[in-house]
Each structure stands twice: as structure tokens, then as C-alpha cells.
Design a protein around this ligand. Structure first.
Ligand code: C5P
Length: 434
């Protein structure tokens, strides 16, 4: 059965299409086979002339996939790096290029009026300078000056340009004016140098933009403090070797991101991963299970909900060697001892937060998940098949609670995370009412 649940489509194929907003969503779904996951939002994506402009195409695609309507506006310089035709094909909308192309000459007012935010990605040093001084000598800068919605800016430039006193002054001015800066980060640059000034990757930018778009209107977890573990742990064998697993951290980070979007305060205790943490989360980086345990123990008293997504190592080496163990021809025995069960400990506390566990099984999903939920004494457990889940971008989850099991069909991890959190929030509120 298709359901329209609090503005989130689960199966849109047979939903009655009535409003223009629903028509747009339906168009996106039909044309791209995608399921909108957030309430309808519209942004103007401003692209300025830097090499990172190529990432804007992927950014547009990711946002559209999440149900955001994207209207692209490009500076003349940007068209030298990426063609308007590419963006038009991806967004299904003509690209705004100059202020005189609109019949009524008012696109600079109109486009920003109907947008929930303007996002400039990439934002060159030159464009940032224009924004800081309120210049309006082309369509995009005019749009920004005439806006009545939030402005998000993703700088991208050479490290020298970024660290130049003028740029730093302009960036500080933008922050003081209430503009949100997304990045930049440090890394290899197009010129071959390495340093600060690289634009955030499209995926990280899309996440930050979704958070910025949703925070104001989604309140399912408003006022709640969520503690989330994510990623693998790494248990040292010696100075250079260790025991870990293939968890990428994507699911835990998606849960943290979704929780922020739904209005929660988030503490993310993360094992070693190569992901950019969601903007707005308090992140505690850890390596081993023992470190993760210590970080969780510290945060539990100020948490309303604990979600253990991390793939915590079950064993650690009893006595890791401080020096690298030298190779020899004889066999090497390592004594392994169990790590603390973090989730089990949290759930057993007298004033335990509402606990959600994850279970990655390779077989007999229902049987193992049910037993695990009982053993750990937790109200909600999300189970998946490890071979489907680890490192993948999408997944299928089965939620187990007192009422039975609920299948969350295969989709991307962000959509799954939101569905899981809605379910957890519902149980949490129900528990607090009884
Ligand atoms: O016991 P098992 O590893 O199968 O349970 C998985 C769940 O327990 C996950 O939520 C995981 O984050 C959590 N866990 C934990 N501490 C451990 C092992 C697992 O918190 N040492």
C-alpha cells in the first residue's frame, strides 16, 4: 500500500497528485526513478568560475535525489568550466545566466523569493569579495543581494588565495552577516599544491545543505539529545598492525545527519572512517573499543537516546606490543580478550537512555536479531544482512520492537536513517506517555 506519512513518501506510485508541489515531486520520481525523502524544498544553486564547478553537477544530482528542487544560476566564468546544458539536463530547468534573459527583467528578485536557500558552490575568492561588499554586477551577485532566504557558501580556491588577508577578512565579514560557510577543507588542489581551500565533496555538501534546509521545519526530535556510535574500531596488535572490520561508518553518519535534520542535538562517537562529519554534530573521534566505551560512558548521562551503529570489535589483543613484532619462522599466538559490550552497558544503566541497537547478520536474520534484542534488553533493534550492508550506499533494514518486525525496504542510507529515527521517536514518545 502506498503511504504518505508526515510529508514523506514511501511509495509514491499511486499517490493522488493534486498540488503543484506534488506534481513536481511526481515528475522527479517518474523521470529519475527517485524517491523524495525530505519535505519539498527549493534552492538556487549558484556556480561561480572555479575548477570545482564540476562538483556542482554531482551536488545538483544528489540534492534532486533527496527531493530538493534545484534552480541553477551561473556566472559567466562558471560557463567556462562546466556547460549550462549539463546543469539544465540534470535539473530539468533552464539555467539562469544573466539578468536580462528574463522577459520581465526580474529573475534576480523572483528566483530568490521562491527559494528556501541560495547555495554558492563553488564560491571563488572573487565572488566572496563581491558578497562581502554587497556588489551586484551580474545575475548571481544580484540574486544574493536581493534574497530574503539563507545564503550558504562553499569556498573553493588555491591555498594562497584562501589564506590571503583580504579573503580572510571577507570570509569573517560574511560570517558576521549571517552567511553559512561550508568548508573549505585541506587537500590536494587543482594547481598541484596541497593545502586549505579545497571545496567539500558533493556528498558532504549535500548533507550540510539538507541539514540547513530541514532544521527550521522538522521537529520530530526537537530538544532531544542523541548519542550515536559509528564506524569500526581498531584494536592494536603492535605498533603498526591491528584488528578492524570493513564498516565504512556510512550508516552511523547518515543516522547522525538525519537526527540533526530532525532537530536533535547529536554527539557522534566515531571510530576511524574517511567521512566528513555532519555539520552541527559534536564529534568524538576514537580508535579502539575501550576508547569508544569511555566516550560513551561520559556522554550517556546527558543523552535521551543512544543508537549503537558502530561495528565494535568483539575482541582485542590482550597485550599489544609497543614495538612492531618481528617476523619469524614460527607461528605466532595472539591472546584475544572480549571488549566491553557498550550497548549492553548503556541499556543496563538505572537511568538508561532509550536504546537502539544494530545487528549485522550473515544468516538467520530474524532469529539472531530477536535473540540479540532480548539479550541486550533494548526496545528497538535494526537488523540487516552484513553482506548487503557493509560499505554500500544503500541497504534494507528490518526493525524489531515489542510490536514485531517492520521492514524498511531497500533504499539509500539517508532515507533509511530518517525512517529508523521516526520509528524510534515514535516509540520513545509512546514510552514516555505510559
Ligand atoms: O553483540 P553484537 O555485536 O552482535 O551487537 C551489535 C550491536 O551492539 C550494535 O548496536 C553495536 O553497536 C553494539 N555493540 C556495542 N559494543 C560491543 C559490541 C557491539 O555497543 N562491544
Amino acid at each position: 500500500m502506498p503511504t504518505l506519512n508526515g510529508g514523506y513518501y514511501h511509495d509514491v506510485s499511486a499517490v493522488l497528485i493534486t498540488t503543484p508541489m506534488q506534481q513536481t515531486q511526481h515528475f522527479l520520481v517518474k523521470m529519475r526513478g527517485m524517491t523524495p525523502a525530505t519535505p519539498h524544498r527549493r534552492i538556487v544553486l549558484g556556480i561561480t568560475g572555479g575548477i570545482a564547478a564540476y562538483k556542482a553537477a554531482e551536488l545538483a544530482r544528489l540534492l534532486i535525489k533527496q527531493g530538493v528542487e534545484v534552480q541553477v544560476a551561473m556566472t559567466d566564468a562558471a560557463t567556462h568550466f562546466i556547460t549550462p546544458a549539463t546543469l539544465q539536463a540534470l535539473t530539468g530547468q533552464p539555467v539562469l545566466l544573466d539578468q536580462w534573459q528574463d522577459d520581465k527583467g526580474m529573475s534576480h528578485i523572483h528566483s530568490s523569493r521562491i527559494a528556501d536557500a541560495i547555495v554558492i558552490a563553488p564560491a571563488t575568492a572573487d565572488f566572496i569579495a563581491k558578497l562581502a561588499h554587497g556588489l551586484a554586477d551580474d545575475l548571481l551577485s544580484t540574486l544574493c543581494l536581493a534574497r530574503d532566504c539563507p545564503l550558504l557558501v562553499a569556498p573553493a580556491m588555491n591555498k594562497q588565495m584562501w589564506s590571503n588577508a583580504a579573503t580572510q577578512r571577507n570570509v569573517r565579514q560574511l560570517a558576521a552577516d549571517g552567511v553559512t560557510l561550508l568548508g573549505p577543507v585541506s587537500g590536494v588542489q587543482a594547481c598541484g599544491e596541497e593545502g586549505m581551500g579545497r571545496m567539500l565533496e558533493a556528498e558532504a555538501l549535500a548533507q550540510d545543505i539538507l541539514t540547513a534546509l530541514s532544521v527550521a521545519s522538522s521537529d520530530e526530535l526537537a530538544g532531544m539529545r542523541l548519542l550515536i556510535t559509528a564506524g569500526p574500531t581498531y584494536e592494536a596488535i603492535d605498533a603498526v598492525r591491528g584488528i578492524t572490520n570493513r564498516s565504512s561508518g556510512k550508516m552511523g553518519y547518515a543516522v547522525a545527519q538525519a537526527a540533526l535534520e530532525m532537530g536533535a542535538q547529536v554527539t557522534l562517537v566515531s571510530g576511524p572512517v574517511s567521512l566528513t562529519p555532519p555539520a552541527g554534530a559534536r564529534v568524538v573521534d576514537v580508535t579502539s573499543a575501550a576508547e569508544m566505551f569511555a566516550a560513551v560512558q561520559q556522554a550517556v548521562p546527558s543523552s535521551d537516546m543512544f543508537i549503537g551503529v558502530a561495528a565494535v570489535a568483539d575482541y582485542r589483543v590482550a597485550q599489544p606490543s609497543e614495538q612492531k613484532i618481528k617476523k619469524s619462522d614460527t607461528s605466532l599466538n595472539l591472546q584475544l580478550v572480549p571488549t566491553p559490550d557498550i550497548l549492553g552497558w548503556v541499556a543496563s544503566q538505572p537511568k538508561a537512555p532509550f536504546c537502539v541497537g544494530f545487528a549485522a547478520e550473515s544468516e538467520k536474520l530474524r532469529e539472531h536479531a530477536t535473540a540479540k534484542r532480548k539479550k541486550k534488553n533494548i526496545p528497538l533493534l535494526a537488523a540487516n544482512l552484513a553482506q548487503d550492508a557493509i560499505g554500500a550506499d544503500d541497504n534494507e533494514l528490518v526493525l524489531f520492537d515489542d510490536a514485531g518486525e517492520h521492514v524498511l525496504p531497500r533504499t539509500d542510507k539517508s532515507t533509511l536513517a530518517r525512517a529508523l529515527l521516526r520509528h524510534a521517536a515514535m516509540l520513545y514518545k509512546k514510552g514516555n506517555q505510559t
